[in-house]
Design a protein around this ligand. Structure first.
Ligand code: HEC
Ligand code: HEC
Length: 495
């Protein structure tokens, strides 16, 4: 609106000037004597209604400018603000694009609410599911500089890759900022973050009871892997045999090749044998019968991934399975067979190395199960620290396991069987042996630190130097929970 006013005012002013100049020029060409040498008009002639009119117009124009400038000024501030919002919107949109392009949700979960990353543990070679934290509440735990740091450099020895150029990642500085803008735009409120932390604690408490079972099932999976390698050579031959049979029926041989040397080329033989297609699904009737037998036999072979391979094609029904056209179904079954063949080929070609690795992984898991460092004696913790109150001890251990262990217990994220003793330290310092009592002279000092987290270059406690790695928990944990976990960590028994 205000820019319209300015444009109109400028047009009026230009018109007025043009009028004056044109008038002056017209008058001059008629003068015989130079104006400064001739007598000009008298006062009476000059001070007429015309002068009043000219002055009047001038006053109106001045008044107009006097009003329109402040109006423009006021509008300008809004205009600037709306530009900023526009830039911000564009940045957020771009950030959203980066988050999609670099598949953050693949690990951090759809909507970045937290998820899991598949990871092969470096020490044991065992495949594990590593929890990836929620990002839509991360600004309650870290400030923008700290989040940028994790984004740019990733987190070494974890599935979190580096994304910034400085960490040899794919994003430039602007893309990192846009990603941060997007993350900021999707933050949930504090109440949601508190509820989520509570759910993590509850899950961790449940995890205390299922730790044994979870290790047992890891061991079982590892044993199955070893069996898979042991049986890979015979299975490869078996799968190859059925794959070739199905392939021979489904895929036309090359023209001109006569593999069996009978004087008729293979394509001609293939066409002759599979010609009739009464249900017109693209599969000849005889082919349907043969494929039914081949898929059934493959399933009967007992190779586990073929357990759902059998299908009964009916040469009078183009959609025997009720799902797809028979031809499509047959090709997808053949596809499954070929995929298995590739897997087995890789296994057989690298058999010694892969089987050796799997065996080492199994030994690692069994040793971990024997030591069972992942188990907690809640009664002992309760007796030592909580005056015998097992509920308090359980909650405290749940808080530690759910929110702290991933950085303060080495191996925690690789699964219970990998865990070192609670508080052994990894990204964060060791917290066992009463260390927190040495670092923080009082529980209050410690609470302040846990609430605010660490800051780059800022000292904490007696001799701590912050790097900004330790998240702030003041916004996501209640006073009572903070007190519990502090009491637990300042106690003598951690497990
Ligand atoms: C391959 C899986 C994977 C991908 C992809 C991934 N992350 Fe991560 N990220 C993780 C894991 C796992 C952690 C936690 C590591 C740990 O336990 O210390 C993490 C941690 C983080 C952290 C630190 C959070 C905290 O509380 O410790 C941030 C920030 C982060 N990721 C952002 C991102 C962004 C943004 C993207 C996409 C550009 C992304 N991540 C892609 C797996 C991944
Ligand atoms: C994302 C990783 C991470 C998480 C999660 C985490 N911490 Fe930390 N913590 C650190 C790091 C790293 C430090 C060292 C300070 C730094 O490097 O900025 C630290 C320092 C500490 C210290 C001071 C130790 C010392 O001796 O200097 C205490 C105590 C502590 N954390 C307790 C906790 C508790 C309790 C929780 C859970 C409620 C927790 N931390 C969760 C990474 C983490």
């Amino acid at each position: 609106m205000s820019s319209m006013v300015i444009v109109v005012a400028a047009l009026v002013a230009i018109g007025w000037l043009a009028f004056l100049v044109a008038n002056g020029m017209r008058g001059r060409s008629q003068d015989a004597v130079a104006p400064n040498l001739s007598l000009y008009k008298t006062d009476d002639e000059l001070e007429n209604r015309r002068l009043d009119r000219v002055l009047g117009v001038a006053v109106i124009l001045s008044a107009f400018l006097a009003v329109s400038l402040p109006v423009y000024y006021l509008g300008e501030r809004n205009r600037q603000a709306s530009f900023e919002v526009e830039f911000e919107d564009v940045a957020i949109e771009r950030g959203q694009y980066h988050v999609a392009e670099f598949a953050c949700a693949g690990c951090h979960g759809e909507g970045l609410v937290g998820g899991v990353a598949s990871y092969v543990d470096a020490r044991s070679g065992v495949a594990v599911s590593w929890a990836a934290p929620s990002l839509n509440d991360i600004f309650l735990r870290y400030d923008r500089d700290e989040v940028r740091f994790w984004l740019v450099y990733g987190r070494a020895n974890s599935p979190m890759p580096a994304w910034g150029a400085a960490g040899n990642g794919p994003m430039n500085d602007a893309q990192i900022e846009e990603t941060l803008d997007y993350l900021e735009s999707i933050q949930v409120g504090q109440a949601d973050a508190v509820a989520r932390a509570d759910a993590q604690i509850t899950a961790a408490i449940a995890g205390l009871e299922t730790a044994d079972a979870s290790v047992t099932s890891s061991i079982q999976a590892q044993e199955e892997l070893i069996t898979f390698y042991d049986n890979a050579p015979p299975n490869r031959d078996l799968v190859k045999q059925y794959t070739e049979l199905a392939e021979r029926v489904l895929e036309a041989p090359d023209e001109g090749v006569d593999a069996n040397n009978n004087g008729v080329d293979d394509l001609a033989e293939w066409e002759a044998s599979y010609k009739i297609d009464t249900d017109e699904d693209g599969l000849a009737d005889r082919a349907e019968e043969e494929l039914t037998q081949i898929f059934q036999a493959a399933q009967d072979s007992g190779y586990a991934p073929f357990s759902a391979l059998a299908v009964a094609f009916d040469p009078r029904n183009p959609d025997s399975t009720g799902l797809d056209n028979d031809n499509v179904v047959a090709h997808s079954k053949l596809g499954e067979m070929k995929q298995q063949l590739v897997t087995l080929d890789v296994a057989v070609d690298n058999l010694d190395r892969l089987r050796g690795q799997a065996a080492e992984g199994l030994a690692f898991l069994q040793a971990a199960a024997d030591k069972s460092l992942y188990s907690f004696d809640l009664q002992a913790i309760a007796d030592a620290t909580f005056g015998g109150d097992v509920d308090k001890a359980t909650r405290a251990v749940g808080i530690y396991q759910g929110l702290c262990a991933r950085c303060h217990t080495s191996g925690y994220s690789e699964g219970p069987a990998f865990a070192q003793e609670a508080g052994a330290g990894s990204l964060g310092p060791a917290l066992w042996d009463g260390r927190p009592n040495v670092q923080f002279l009082t529980a209050d000092d410690m609470k302040k630190f846990l609430s605010e987290g660490s800051q780059l270059g800022v000292g904490y406690g007696v001799n701590g130097i912050g790097r900004g790695y330790m998240p702030a928990f003041g916004m996501v944990l209640s006073e009572a929970d903070l007190d519990l976990v502090i009491q637990y960590l300042r106690g003598e028994v951690l497990r």
